[in-house]
Design a protein around this ligand. Structure first.
Ligand code: AHG
Ligand code: MN
Ligand code: MN
Length: 336
């Protein structure tokens, strides 16, 4: 790990997220501070969700913690709680005109039509891990809206395509809580210190190995996978790669980002267009992994250039170390 980030400005490890955001803003003369505030709002929501997650076991056992909450959220599932918490932080922060969340079908207007950004989120990713105390996360993606500030944001603001993302990132609630994000100038990761209530720069200028020896997919579905993917996985097994699959996209991609590897969620019989969502899973993770030097495709094309026509559109996803992703693509071409 470098001692200093080579991002816009050199920022030492241990710098608070707040200061880091401020320094990046200062380094970009055109910045108005709105995106900076939006990133702070996301960090605030992440802290609140982290707190909810850390006591989720107690809630389930006793049902008594949080009963003082006037909104009755303690009775709700954690992915709905995360949705509410992020929404509230973005609404109160005032920098977001509208939100699209995995938890709601329609565009959610925040009551801030004058704001120039919109945010797509998967408030809680890997929800099947909640009850078993395994890593989960949040994914976010930020666009500058195309519709005129002052008017209500519209669906088209969210359907601009992956290359138009202004920023994207994830929060991983694991052995520690990590916020990793990009604004298109590299990737930086911040670790949460709960006793101080702050995120600190811990992973400056993250780059992913070009190659790796970890493959991550739900191998139980292998008979359903396209032939090229089946052959790729067999090749991984023959080469004695390590299989690792947590079942939370963020946790799997984060591990592979640090160690080198590939994550695959191809089309299956149960999910012929893939399972993952393009807007708030595929695009943000693809933007971030490309910024870290990796690659992402849907098996046919670079993911970031994949056309999007609906808010909750699904996609196959193959993402990780460039040499491994390229191997899948080549295998695919051989079979076409
Ligand atoms: P979510 O919890 O937001 O619905 O996402 C779960 C996703 C993804 O995070 C994970 O990699 C994948 O679903 C796991 O799916 P399988 O259980 O089919 O392997
Ligand atoms: Mn998800
Ligand atoms: Mn989710």
């Amino acid at each position: 790990m470098n001692a200093y980030s080579e991002d816009v400005v050199a920022v030492p490890v241990g710098t608070t997220l707040d200061r880091f955001i401020k320094r990046q803003q200062q380094a970009s003369p055109a910045a108005t501070g709105e995106l900076s505030q939006l990133l702070r709002d996301i960090a605030l929501a992440a802290k609140i969700v982290q707190r909810e997650i850390s006591r989720a076991g107690l809630l389930a056992v006793t049902g008594s913690f949080g009963t003082e909450n006037q909104h009755g959220e303690a009775q709700q599932k954690l992915d709905v709680i995360a949705h509410i918490r992020f929404l509230r932080a973005l609404r109160n922060g005032g920098e977001v005109a509208a939100v699209v969340s995995e938890e709601e079908d329609q565009v959610i207007h925040t009551g801030n039509p004058g704001s120039k950004y919109v945010v797509a989120i998967d408030p809680l990713d890997g929800s099947s891990n909640i009850d078993v105390n395994v890593s989960i996360g949040t994914i976010f993606s930020i666009y500058r809206r195309q519709s005129q500030p002052g008017t209500p944001a519209v669906e088209a603001d969210f359907l601009q395509g992956g290359l138009q993302q202004v920023a994207a990132g994830y929060v991983l609630y694991g052995t520690s809580t990590l916020l990793v994000y990009t604004t298109g100038q590299g990737v930086n990761g911040f670790t949460y210190n709960s006793s101080l209530g702050e995120f600190f720069l811990s992973h400056p200028t993250l780059t992913t190995p070009v190659d790796g020896r970890i493959y991550s997919c739900n191998e139980g579905n292998i008979v359903d996978y396209p032939l090229a993917i089946q052959q790729f996985i067999t090749a991984c097994q023959q080469a004695r790669f390590t299989a690792r699959y947590i079942g939370a996209l963020i946790a799997d991609v984060h591990r592979n980002l640090l160690k080198g590897g590939i994550y695959l969620y191809p089309a299956t019989q149960a999910a012929p267009a893939g399972k993952l969502r393009l807007l708030y899973e595929g695009f943000p993770m693809a933007f971030l992994i490309e910024q870290a030097g990796g690659s992402a495709t849907d098996g046919q094309q670079r993911l970031l250039t994949k056309p999007i026509s609906t808010l909750h559109q699904r996609t196959p996803l193959i993402i990780g170390s460039t040499q491994l992703v390229d191997l899948v693509t080549q295998q695919n071409k051989l079979l076409l």
